[in-house]
Design a protein around this ligand. Structure first.
Ligand code: NAD
Length: 276
């Protein structure tokens, strides 16, 4: 894959899954990388792999919920490489639990990582992306940023919010004639550790959730997901659906409108273990 030679790309949550695969594919395509995660072991693996293919890489511990640290990090990366072209706001967590049994603090935690983490990264890097003259913001939402399902209200909220934020940002950049492209990413089920690392409401079996996800819902490899995402970035697309499941379900939701809720609730109920 070509098209990223000379570009400086920042990837959050790069120690696992989609973030790791994105970093590797960007490295193979000629980009210089700034990778970060809270999982230092996973991050070290990504760093080693990037070095093994000769990609320039800088690796830092960064918690995307820490706004001030993110700001300092953005300035540091810009100073380190002299510019920043792309940020992939990818870090995220999963959560399962019906609204009535979910604690406020759990919803806040999901919003902190999955929504505010994206906002923090976008705002910290935006001035540098504009200054580069050739910037790109890539924000990872989800198929669950296009439709809601039972047990996912917290995650749905964060991912719908990422979509709203990112779609508005894209129009602002166009309207203000800023040299920054903006892409929203909606992955379907990707074979990563997301469900295994996921949080659940009290009494909801995390193991049962992740088993079903790994066996029945995750269909696309993270490597293929990275290829699809980077292809969309090269084509400057507004949004990218990752995986056949995402393509088909998005279409169904658009055809059925709000009726999808009546159609999906019983189906989801049969596929997924209880979320309460
Ligand atoms: N796997 C899927 O099926 C799927 C589907 C739709 C959307 N997504 C989204 O894709 C993104 C990547 O997920 P993945 O599937 O690769 O999962 P993953 O669990 O394999 O990787 C997520 C990474 O984010 C890191 N992370 C978590 N909290 C963090 C924080 N506060 N600060 C910094 N890093 C943090 C984790 O340590 C991990 O390395 C997430 O935003 C997720 O919501 C995944």
């Amino acid at each position: 894959m070509e098209g990223f030679a000379g570009k400086v790309a920042v990837v959050t949550g790069a120690g696992s899954g989609i973030g790791q695969a994105l970093a590797m594919e960007l490295g193979r395509s000629g980009a210089s990388l700034a990778i970060s995660d809270v999982d230092l072991e996973g991050l070290a693996t990504t760093e080693e792999r990037l070095k093994a293919i000769g990609a320039p890489v800088r690796s830092d511990r960064l918690d995307v919920t820490e706004r001030e640290a993110f700001q300092i990090y953005a300035d540091t990366i810009n100073g380190h490489y002299g510019k920043v072209n792309q940020i992939y706001n990818n870090a995220g967590i999963a959560y399962t639990g019906d609204v009535d049994i979910t604690a406020f603090k759990d919803i806040e935690r999901v919003m902190d990582v999955d929504f505010w983490g994206v906002v923090n990264g976008t705002k910290a890097f935006l001035p540098h992306l504009i200054a580069s003259g050739d910037g790109h913001v890539v924000n990872v939402s989800s198929l669950f940023g296009l439709l809601s399902v039972p047990g996912q209200a917290a995650y749905n909220s964060a991912k719908f919010a990422v979509r709203g934020f990112t779609e508005a940002l894209r129009q602002e950049m166009m309207h203000n004639r800023e040299p920054v492209e903006v892409t929203t990413v909606h992955p379907g089920g990707i074979k990563t550790a997301i469900a295994r690392n996921g949080l659940t409401a009290e009494g909801v079996s995390a193991e049962a959730q992740s088993k079903v996800f790994d066996k029945r819902l995750a269909s696309t490899t993270p490597e293929r997901a990275a290829e699809i995402i980077l292809d969309a970035v090269r084509k400057k697309k507004a949004r990218v659906l990752v995986g056949q499941d995402a393509v088909v379900i998005d279409l169904l939701v658009r055809i059925t409108g709000s009726h999808y809720q009546r159609l999906f609730a019983p189906v989801i109920g049969r596929i997924k273990p209880p979320s309460r």
